[in-house]
Design a protein around this ligand. Structure first.
Ligand SMILES: Nc1ncnc2c1ncn2[C@@H]1O[C@H](COP(=O)(O)OP(=O)(O)OP(=O)(O)O)[C@@H](O)[C@H]1O
Length: 387
């Protein structure tokens, strides 16, 4: 059974003094001129479902200029349950609440995962590998708490090891004490990433084929420690097979650390591990970073997003909340139709736009259209204040 996001309320948040928005179970279109706060509302929905925002704001940035603090809340309903997620910023610190009880970001993650597609994503194919790794990890963190723990533990370990590498007193012997722990956490994260990527890949290949039927797209994970003999075991139901893969990754990681220790000491950086891995996207066997046209890049990203929606369904048995921020204008009519065709009716979706002309009459007839911003009498229950 599905879970739906029902009511969003924000107070003293970004450009809104107060704003209340009731969402449709199907498609809600937020329409308004530039800088009216449409993206801010999408960001609020992402914060309250994924526990983080694509803008990576400091707590103070969320607070409306001139105010002391802000609050955001979202009511979720479904599965016979009601869940209230809240985010409060006070004294420049943010805290989450779930059903009134204080929690960390992980407390609001997972009940209703969100998949965001925004203009920044459109060039993820050509940007650095960290963008693609970040996309995979942000999604993985919503799918599994263990994945989220591994990401933060690994990031912490790399940061501490890099700090040590920058110290003049650092030696190979001192580093060796850290290697076991970074290799163990890194190997576990690597196995989680391989498993998630394998799930995404199956849907990605299919989705791309229906967007561009005469081309074949693919994706592959390329570990910086080299390809692993037992990589296929990442998706195995056999715990022993996965443990063997973890061990192989750990040993390989340790060997790489040993081999590159002098270079690491010289550069003050950890040079191998999941934070240096690549996610390779290809079209007809050619590396998309170098060969994909603008249109092919857009199709690759669309296919990736469709795959995230499908994997959420596979893992949780229900669809995510899909947040489409200002991307309709970036897609041509064919890709727009293909994308909306995938999600039509079955996925709760919030779309922002400056122009309803991008939507077919069919979509508009069943969507809830909300005007955001001043100058419109259709603004739903809110006060937007331009600053
Ligand atoms: N902390 C803040 N306090 C006050 N105003 C803010 C704050 N943060 C952002 N804003 C304002 O919010 C507005 C931008 O909102 P947003 O990015 O949601 O616009 P939008 O409606 O999505 O526009 P576009 O269609 O151009 O993408 C800007 O006017 C910006 O100054």
């Amino acid at each position: 059974m599905a879970i739906f996001a029902r009511d969003l309320s924000v107070r003293s948040y970004r450009n809104f003094e107060r704003y209340d928005l009731a969402l449709d179970e199907g498609v809600t279109v937020l329409v308004g001129r530039n800088a009216q706060g449409k993206t801010n509302l999408v960001e609020a929905l992402q914060l309250l479902t994924a526990g983080q925002s694509f803008r990576k704001p400091s707590p103070a940035e969320l607070v409306q200029t001139g105010e002391e603090g802000c609050s955001l809340s979202l009511r979720l309903e479904g599965d016979g349950r009601v869940l209230d997620h809240e985010l409060v910023v006070a004294s420049a610190r943010r805290s989450f609440r779930r059903n009134g009880k204080k929690c960390t970001a992980s407390g609001v993650r997972g009940a209703l995962p969100s998949v965001l597609f925004c203009p920044d994503d459109l060039d993820m194919v050509k940007r650095s590998a960290s963008v693609r790794r970040g996309a995979l990890d942000s999604f993985g963190m919503q799918m599994s708490e263990r994945y989220a723990q591994l990401v933060s533990a690994y990031e912490r370990t790399v940061e501490q090891r890099n700090n040590l590498l920058k110290e003049r007193f650092c030696t190979r012997d001192l580093l060796a004490a850290w290697n076991e722990s970074i290799a163990s956490t890194g190997a576990s994260l690597l196995v989680h990433r391989l498993a998630l990527l394998a799930r995404i890949r199956a849907h990605f290949v299919r989705a791309y084929a229906s967007i561009a039927p005469h081309e074949v797209a693919d994706m592959a994970y390329q570990p910086s420690i080299g390809d692993l003999e037992h990589a296929g075991a990442a998706t195995s139901a056999d715990e022993a097979a996965r443990a063997a893969l973890r061990l192989e990754a750990q040993e390989r990681f340790l060997a790489c650390l040993e081999e590159r220790a002098d270079e690491e000491l010289r550069r003050g950086l950890t040079l191998s591990g999941p934070h240096r891995d690549e996610i390779l996207l290809t079209v007809d066997g050619r590396d998309a970073r170098h060969f994909a046209s603008q249109g092919q890049q857009r199709s690759l990203v669309l296919a990736w997003k469709v795959a995230e929606v499908e994997v959420t369904r596979d893992i949780l048995g229900r669809p995510p909340l899909l947040l489409l921020d200002d991307v309709m204008s970036e897609l041509d009519a064919h890709r727009r139709e293909a994308f909306l065709g995938f999600i039509a009716g079955e996925v709760q979706t919030v779309i922002t736009t400056t122009n309803l002309g991008y939507f077919s009459d069919e979509i508009l007839s069943r969507a809830k259209v909300v005007r955001v911003g001043d100058g419109d009498d259709g603004v739903e229950g809110g006060v937007a204040r331009e600053t």
